[in-house]
Ligand binder design. Structure first.
Ligand code: ADP
Ligand code: MG
Ligand code: MG
Length: 884
């Protein structure tokens, strides 16, 4: 078996498509090397070693050491240096790299291979003792922190002392001798902290670092990140060991991060930042303000510092060539890391670049137009769930606002919330106090992930567009303003100061992540539009998909939103939702609490005009598209009056004593209302309810059809059917009402009567039921509850534990349980269609807007999915992807 894969010198044993084995970083380093792009030589220890390590009591495969030594030897040969050599020491970096990029893993260790002797060799060879000792002290600090567990502050204190002693202000004031002293003190510190000297044997250093990478796979940060992003533990991480190049050897050296296209807006322009005379993560850490790569980038950021295009034109040309080469090769926007050592460019990483949804759409549409990819590829590239970012409100341009400060537009979207100053507080406020928060930090680090995840928005005072906060926020779709230098944060006092003003923890601010502005207080927002690249992609989507997409809507506003987002009808109009309005709820309660049919009919007569008008509005807005109306369904307790005031009101409306209402309310109490007197059981026991609703629907349909001359096709849906006979009775009642209304008005409309399939019994008996039903709509919220025997409202406390223990992979209420609930759907579809050819099939639970569930609906042969209006574009895209 082979455990180690080499790259460098224009060759490589790995390839980009070997990510599972080599991790993303290793696979792409190999690919770049094979493409002839300058990559410092190195090798990758495969993810299988990680798996082996954990399966075998944290030990390595017996042949690993030999393979590593051989690979190291090849590196030594390519660059003519020797690992551990006193005169010409080879230094390496040790970098973790899982299949998916994973913050939370071990930090990279740079300059490994330095010790008290080789540092002198480095000093001689480079002719720069200051650089050599600075590199050594960086290595001691990084290694001691990451591998030996010595906290950073130990080293920071030492450095501060030395600086104070000498009266220095900046690190750059230290001479070679000063760094030598720092190194000695660092080593003392390590000994004091761990009771052992800092390892001088370079092989001990190397294996210590390798062990730390594998160890970090199981650290808390990594585990949390994997849980949030559903990354399986079994994947493991690879370790990359790569010869060092130095961006910190002087003014002709630099290090940076760049994107082949603009990751914020998708523009086809080279985009990136770099620091002169700097090493490693200095750019990402936001320690100094970076310079822009291009002149236009510099102008866009109104930066005073020269762009690389101006101050290092030759290197810029090389880098720009690599940009074109990599993008053409990968056919997607790349995110790259590079270092320039003495005017020589080295690429250290490339990967598919994270981007905002807006940029993703622009890049996909542009690349399809450029002929780089097909339209189908463009459609496949967009994560349907990510569209959510564009379907949310932005700041109302007309709303008054008070600008507090301006930072970088690091992740688009607008958000308001109460400010908190730590990730832990953010989690506490959101989870326990149910508050919406904006997380304010000087800068963020991987430990803050949990708090960032729950925050509405993120504000940092330091760091650029590629800082941790910016990258993570874009990935999460959370609005972020980064590098807002005008704001001074005081963590101890839990305040921030800006323009002489103090803003305290708990005060509300608003962020506009698209402009980088920060406002005091909450600023109102407006609705999004589906235009530009978004509109174009959605047009392409509609030529591909075969599933129709409808919306769950009952109010005119929801129906109008649904149409705007391209819904092709209403798949679920929940009539009970039309009665929560304060004016109506009294009559509704009166109806529910009536003692007999006469009382109920009196209350229903009050509801009829409201109901009729609602349907008129819906039919008008939907302009002839199908509208599925579900007759009254709710567990009655949802409507029972709770307060004395409510009881008095209902009593007055019904003309009875409050005590009568109280008694009736008590009599209606149910132990398990979700499985109680609801759905068609109401229609069976009180047929007058469904009669009124059917009458309202037909009167409205006749009116609109007569007035507009357009067809109106109501699809009347009977809920919670478990036996064919229930549906037979209810359909007969609806048909009778239709005949009466059509006769009265002298005008008729076509209509359908169908049912929801939301009980396992209904799914199993679908063949019989389809003899009466003209359509089925799978009510997967209830079908999930009834199949699992698990209440959606009560599953919160245990479902997370179930997921952690791997009993359920997903929350079955969020993503359809294909194995169980899905099987019932397939059975119902098959038996239903066998009984009635062309039986119309749809889904109207939450799952109708979940991309994975939509994929299932396509396979199961459904005709349409129905989801909340804001998810309609997501469903359209997911449906197209399912059809590809
Ligand atoms: P991450 O996964 O956090 O990006 P990396 O392994 O990419 O970590 O390394 C962090 C930083 O160290 C990057 O800026 C990278 O460019 C730099 N780096 C890594 N290996 C080397 C090397 N061999 N020579 C110079 N810089 C390196
Ligand atoms: Mg890192
Ligand atoms: Mg990196």
């Amino acid at each position: 078996e082979k455990w180690v894969y080499s790259f460098g010198g224009g060759k490589a044993e790995g390839r980009a498509d070997m990510k599972n084995l080599l991790g993303g970083k290793g696979a792409n380093l190999a690919e770049m090397s094979a493409l002839g792009i300058p990559v410092p030589p190195g090798f990758t220890i495969s993810t299988e070693v990680c798996t082996y390590y954990y399966a075998n009591g944290e030990s390595y495969p017996p042949t690993l050491k030999d393979e590593v030594m051989t690979a190291l030897g090849q590196v030594e040969e390519i660059i003519g240096l020797k690992f551990g050599d006193v005169a010409n020491p080879l230094l390496v970096s040790v970098r973790s790299g899982a299949r998916a990029s994973m913050p939370g893993m071990m930090d990279t260790i740079l300059n490994l291979g330095l010790n008290d002797k080789s540092v002198e060799g480095l000093a001689k060879r480079s002719g720069d003792a200051r650089f050599a000792y600075d590199s050594y002290r960086r290595f001691i600090q990084m290694y001691s922190n990451v591998v030996l567990g010595v906290d950073h502050h130990n080293f920071e204190e030492v450095l501060e002392e030395v600086k104070e002693d000498k009266g220095y202000r900046l690190d750059t004031d230290l001479s070679a001798d000063d760094w030598k002293k720092v190194v000695a003190k660092y080593k003392d510190k390590v000994k004091e902290q761990i009771g052992k000297p800092f390892p001088q044997d370079v092989h001990d250093q190397l294996w210590g670092a390798v062990g730390a990478v594998f160890g970090s796979w199981m650290n808390q940060r990594a585990i949390t990140y994997r849980r949030l992003h559903e990354i399986p533990e079994a994947w493991g991480t690879a370790v990359n060991i790569q010869s060092m190049v130095f961006g910190n050897m002087g003014e002709d050296c630099s290090t940076g991060v760049c994107f082949t296209r603009n990751p914020s807006n998708g523009d086809n322009e080279f985009y990136g930042e770099f620091l002169v005379n700097a090493q490693g993560e200095d750019v990402v850490a936001g320690i100094r303000t970076p310079q822009q790569l291009t002149i236009s980038g510099k102008q866009a950021q109104s930066s005073d510092l020269p762009a690389m295009e101006e101050c290092m034109p030759e290197v810029f040309k090389q880098l720009n060539a690599v940009r074109h080469k990599l993008e053409a090769h990968y056919k997607d926007m790349q995110d790259m890391e590079f270092t320039v050592q003495q005017n020589r460019l080295w690429m250290l990483q490339t990967r598919t670049g994270k981007r905002t949804t807006k940029a993703a759409l622009k890049i996909a549409v542009d690349m399809a137009r450029e002929g780089v990819i097909t339209r189908k590829d463009a459609i496949k590239r967009i994560d349907p769930a990510s569209l959510d970012q564009l379907l949310h409100p932005t700041l109302d341009p007309k709303a008054p606002r008070k600008l507090l400060a301006r930072g970088l537009p690091a992740s688009p979207g607008a958000a308001s919330g109460k400010i908190v100053f730590s990730a832990d507080e953010a989690e506490d406020w959101v989870v326990n106090k149910k508050e919406k928060v904006i997380l304010v930090r000087v800068e963020t680090s991987p430990e803050d992930i949990g708090g960032m995840h729950v925050s509405e928005g993120i504000l940092t005072t330091r760091g650029g567009m590629t800082s941790h906060a910016a990258v993570v926020a874009r990935g999460m779709g959370t609005p972020c303003v980064a590098g807002c230098g005008e704001i001074r944060v005081d963590y101890a006092a839990k305040t921030m100061k800006v323009m002489g003003q103090i803003v305290k923890e708990g005060d509300v601010i608003t962020l506009d992540g698209s402009t980088g502005e920060v406002f005091l207080g909450a600023v109102p927002t407006i609705q999004p539009e589906m235009t530009g690249d978004f509109g174009t992609l959605m047009e392409w989507v509609d030529t591909i998909r075969t599933l129709k997409v409808r919306a769950n809507a009952e109010t005119p506003l929801d129906a109008a939103t649904a149409r705007k987002f391209g819904a092709e009808g209403i798949g679920l109009c929940r009539t009970e939702h039309m009665f929560f309005d304060p004016k109506r709820i009294i009559a509704m309660r009166e109806m529910i609490l009536a003692e007999n049919e006469t009382g109920r009919r009196a209350a229903l007569a009050k509801l009829l005009p409201y109901q009729r008008q609602d349907f008129i509005d819906l039919f008008e807005i939907m302009q002839g598209m199908p509208v599925t109306i579900r007759l009254l369904d709710p567990p009655l307790h949802e409507f029972l009056p709770q307060t004395e005031e409510d009881i008095a009101e209902v009593a007055k409306a019904a003309g009875v004593e409050p005590s009568v209402v109280t008694a009736r309310s008590a009599a209606l109490h149910e132990t398990n209302p979700m499985l109680g007197h609801r759905g068609c059981r109401l229609g069976i026991t009180y047929p007058e309810i469904y009669e009124m609703q059917a009458r309202a629907i037909f009167e409205a349909a006749v009116t609109v059809s007569h007035e507009t001359g357009r067809s109106v096709v109501p699809e009347i849906m009977i809920p919670l059917v478990g036996a064919r006979k229930e549906l037979d009775l209810m359909k007969a009642a609806v048909d009778k009402e239709a005949a009466e209304v059509f006769a009265e008005k002298g005008h008729s409309v076509p209509y359908m009567v169908g049912t929801m399939i939301e009980l396992p019994r209904a799914a199993l008996l679908a063949g019989e039921i389809a003899e009466t039903a003209a359509f089925f709509s799978f009510g997967t919220n209830d079908l999930t509850q009834t199949t699992f025997g698990m209440s959606r409202d009560d599953s919160g406390p245990f479902i997370e534990v179930y997921r952690q223990k791997g009993i359920y992979e997903h929350d079955p209420f969020a993503s359809l349980d294909q194995a169980g609930v899905g099987e019932l759907i397939k059975i119902a579809a098959e038996r239903g269609r066998a009984a009635r050819a062309g039986l119309k099939l749809g889904i109207c639970g939450e799952h109708g807007g979940d991309p994975a569930s939509i994929g299932f609906c396509q396979t199961a042969g459904l005709d349409y999915v129905s989801c909340s209006p804001y998810r309609v574009p997501i469903a359209r895209l997911a449906a197209a992807q399912a059809a590809l």
